[in-house]
Design a protein around this ligand. Structure first.
Ligand SMILES: [Zn+2]
Length: 441
């Protein structure tokens, strides 16, 4: 079943699929033979396998799990349309793509999330490299040799080499004044404090900007997805949910929808373990809701995928590390999370989250200067482009406040200009679901 899971995603990653190339372990004498090196690892419940070997593929040094034969080449192209891969590609790709480490590790942070610090991506330094796509590149080379025909990565709309999924989690609409007012209070600057309070009561809040955000996105010839949070009450542990009451913006959100935005649910604290609650929140939004992203990127690997399946969500886009941009499952295409109880993929699609504004500059996360953001992200964008993947970007509405000079509208503009210059296709969750469904059928 590990092999079926890996091959399902491998075939999905390419446009034209040659029929009849057998890929398997050596004992089956297939055309493309894969070394069997997992050595009972998956029969146990250890979160981490042996350290990966560092090997070079197409000039890049990459980590290879389940690769105990450094004396052998990674790939041998043999006569008679046969090929041999000398590491356990099924095991290595399955380990990363299934999220095995999170399912079997007990490590959680103060928000109940699997921490980046506990991940193999952090330990071996490959969070910004979609290693599974590189493994697939080796398998692709083997399959092309066996089939005698090339495989091409998927194309997006109008032949675009990769896709970009722009998203906004809407947590706060009324709180732009709070931090500067608090700062003035601390400095005992009563005049400034008074000005902030006066402005708060007489002028619209700078974060109450949904229509402005939509206009900015349209300015790039793009469209985007708004993840709306229909819960105003704080969670039992004091974690805040929305600072607005959803019913007060229902008409405005319907208008965004009418003007081409996609609306999705931003499941509040507690919904990631409660399908009834999540379903109720979906029902509050106008239109049919296909997608979800959990507030605080909350995700409990042992329950949350089951909640999404039970809710009937078509796609989720929660899985990224809050602490670092990159690839939490080491994969740059949407994928179907693995159901560890049933031994098969879930039906819903995970569109991995690659980068969130707050990750780039935050006391708990990275501390990039405004001019360091695009250079830091460019290698990750290049990886996604190379493999025809989806680049998922989260820019909260409050980060479109012109007063934000670290991760604000100017930095967003730089990223958009770069992505547009690479001829990306701007897509939303519904587009991605339609494309991937088309591929599986
Ligand atoms: Zn949120």
């Amino acid at each position: 079943m590990r092999r079926a899971y890996v091959l399902h995603h491998f075939w999905q990653a390419y446009e034209s699929v040659p029929v009849g190339v057998a890929i398997g372990y050596a004992s089956e004498q297939p055309q493309v033979e894969i070394a069997d090196c997992a050595d009972g690892f998956f029969a146990g419940q250890e979160p981490y396998p042996a350290a990966p070997a560092h090997r070079t593929w197409r000039g890049r040094e990459l980590p290879f799990f389940f690769a105990p034969h450094p004396e052998q080449p990674l790939l041998e192209l043999l006569p008679g349309n046969r090929a041999r891969i000398n590491f356990d590609l099924f095991a290595a790709a399955f380990y990363l793509l299934s999220g095995w480490q999170e399912f079997f590790s007990d490590e959680r942070d103060r928000h109940g999330r699997f921490p980046y610090a506990a991940s193999v991506q952090q330990r071996y330094g490959f969070v910004a490299v979609p290693v599974v796509n590189h493994y697939f590149d080796i398998l692709k080379t083997a399959v092309e040799h066996a089939a005698g025909q090339p495989l091409t990565p998927r194309c997006w709309v109008d032949g675009a080499p990769f896709a970009t999924f722009i998203t906004h989690d809407i947590d706060e609409l009324h709180s732009a004044w709070k931090a500067p007012a608090k700062a003035a209070l601390h400095q005992r600057n009563w005049l400034r404090f008074g000005q902030h309070i006066w402005r708060h009561f007489t002028q619209p809040d700078a974060w109450n900007n949904l229509e402005i955000v939509q206009k900015i996105i349209h300015g790039y010839g793009a469209r985007s997805t708004f993840f709306l949070l229909p819960e105003h009450q704080k969670a039992a542990n004091g974690t805040p949910n929305a600072d607005y009451i959803f019913s007060t913006i229902y008409r405005r959100s319907a208008e965004l929808l009418k003007n081409g935005a996609e609306l999705a649910v931003h499941g509040s604290i507690g919904t990631s373990t409660n399908p009834q609650k999540l379903r109720k929140q979906c029902a509050q939004l106008p239109g049919k809701v296909l997608g979800n992203r959990f507030h605080y990127l909350y995700w409990e690997p042992r329950t949350t995928p089951f909640v999404l399946a039970e809710t009937g969500i078509a796609y989720d886009s929660t899985l990224g590390f809050a602490e670092h941009f990159g690839f939490r499952h080491s994969y740059c295409l949407p994928f179907q999370p693995f159901n560890f109880l049933a031994g098969k993929p879930f039906d819903f699609l995970e569109i991995p989250l690659n980068v969130m504004d707050a990750t780039l500059h935050h006391p708990n996360y990275l501390q990039l200067g405004p001019e360091e953001i695009l250079p830091a992200l460019t290698p990750m964008f290049q990886e996604i482009e190379r493999f025809g993947g989806v680049c998922t970007l989260l820019w909260h509405n409050d980060h479109f406040d012109p007063a934000n000079e670290t991760t604000g509208p100017r930095q967003f503009a730089e990223l958009m200009q770069y992505l547009r210059s690479r001829n990306t296709a701007f897509v939303n969750g519904a587009d991605i679901c339609a494309t991937m469904r088309h591929l599986s059928s």
